[in-house]
Structure formats: structure tokens, C-alpha cells
Design a protein around this ligand. Sequence first.
Ligand SMILES: Nc1ncnc2c1ncn2[C@@H]1O[C@H](COP(=O)(O)OP(=O)(O)O)[C@@H](O)[C@H]1O
Ligand SMILES: Cc1cn([C@H]2C[C@H](O)[C@@H](COP(=O)(O)OP(=O)(O)O)O2)c(=O)[nH]c1=O
Length: 218
Amino acid sequence: MAGLFITFEGPDGAGKTTQLKLLAEALKASGYDCIVTREPGGTVISDRIRAIILDPEHQSMHAPTEVLLYAASRAQHVLEKINPALEQGKIVLCDRFVDASIAYQGYGLEIGEAQVRAINQFATQGLLPHKTFLLDISAEEGRRRLVERKQAEFKQGLDRIEQKDLAYHERVRQGFLQLAEQEARISLIDASQPVEVIHQQILREVRALLHVKEENDR
Ligand SMILES: Nc1ncnc2c1ncn2[C@@H]1O[C@H](COP(=O)(O)OP(=O)(O)O)[C@@H](O)[C@H]1O
Ligand SMILES: Cc1cn([C@H]2C[C@H](O)[C@@H](COP(=O)(O)OP(=O)(O)O)O2)c(=O)[nH]c1=O
């Protein structure tokens, strides 16, 4: 039985990590075998690439380098972790995937969607999520929440991507909204709603998906 691949996308601070945890807890409580992972990262090699990408000292990193590093980190993640889990029939919940590269590098850095898609097609061998929840929030509110979270975690400073100006983050948001219009697998969610309201909306959709999948697997 093949598994189910679900991703969370949206601007920094939209609430992806919060929702991912709540969904994982709900699914595990219902007896589902699910794993939680994130990009860039998810494996030792991918995490080392992540550190290079996000290092605030790497201000001279060029756009093609950045897009290829995200793709390299993703290739390792897909082959080492995501594909094997899906083959074992697990539910894979992932914080960001290819859509993030299209929004951040394609739209944010203005590399263009087609190039980013082509590079990622090679990196993932065409793997796409079955369902993507796009948590939409304004760049300003996302930034506010991010700073709040960092304070709560006693962390200082923003990473190299977070440090980019609000105009960049607004282009990223518009990129995500464009993707949501193009792709039926993407559910657009108003992330300014309370945490529990968003969680129930996501849980309803995932339960419906699981129901269809279980009928088909019979
Ligand atoms: N719906 C929400 N309303 C208000 N605050 C939220 C909401 N969801 C998350 N937060 C808070 O915003 C901050 C960023 O949330 P997080 O889940 O870490 O976002 P992301 O993973 O998208 O960067 C955290 O401090 C979190 O508690
Ligand atoms: C996966 C991915 C992330 N990113 C960016 C988005 C984030 O700013 C950063 C990852 O940081 P992370 O701390 O994981 O995000 P968050 O703060 O939302 O939890 O990398 C890209 O630019 N392209 C990509 O393909």
C-alpha cells in the first residue's frame, strides 16, 4: 500500500509548524503511522546543506547556487526518507517542499517558475504531494509572528532568508497564491484565523482524503 504525502506551505511565520504538530498528534491518536519532516533538512546531509543556505554570513550567495542547494537537499531527503516511508504505507507530513522553491526562488528571487520546476523535476524524479495546505498570511503578520516565536525560544537574529526585505516576502506570498490558483492539490487556508479553527479545517480535509484512499485500497 502506498502512503500519503502531505505538505505545508506559506510565508515564514504563517503557522506551518504549529499545524503540522497538531495534525501529527491527531493522526497518531487515531492509530495512523505518520512521520514529520521538514525542508530544507530531514536527513543529516540535507541538514548540512540547510546550514550553508541559511547562514547569515553567506550574503554573497548567488541565486542559481541557492536554488540548486535547495534542490540538492531535497533530492537526498526524497531518496533517503520520503520515498521509503511512502513505500511502507506511512503518512508523511512535510514542512515545505517544491512549492517553496517556486515561491521563494522562482518568484522571490525572480528566477522564474519554469526553471525552478525543471531543476526540481530532476531532484525529486517528479514526486509531488497528494495534498498541500497553503497557510496564507501577510508578509507583515508573518514577520511579527516569527519575531515573537524567536523571542519565546530565546533565539536571536533572523536567518539569511528571513532577513530579506518585506517586498521580497510579499513576492513570495503572491507566488504561493498563484500556485494555489493553478493546482487543485493545494488548499488555501486563511492563516489569520485561530489555531484550533485552522486545525479542524485541515483535519476534516485529511480525514476525507484518508477515507477515499482506504476505499481505493480495499
Ligand atoms: N493561527 C495563529 N494565530 C496566532 N498565532 C499563531 C497562529 N499559528 C501560529 N502562531 C504563532 O506564530 C508563531 C509562528 O508559528 P510557526 O508555527 O512556528 O510558523 P511557521 O512554521 O510557519 O514559521 C509561533 O509563535 C506560533 O505560536
Ligand atoms: C524548502 C525551501 C525553503 N526556503 C526558505 C523558507 C524559509 O525562509 C527557510 C527555511 O527556514 P525554516 O526555518 O525551515 O522555515 P520557517 O521559519 O517557516 O519554519 O528557507 C526557500 O527559500 N526555498 C525552499 O525550497
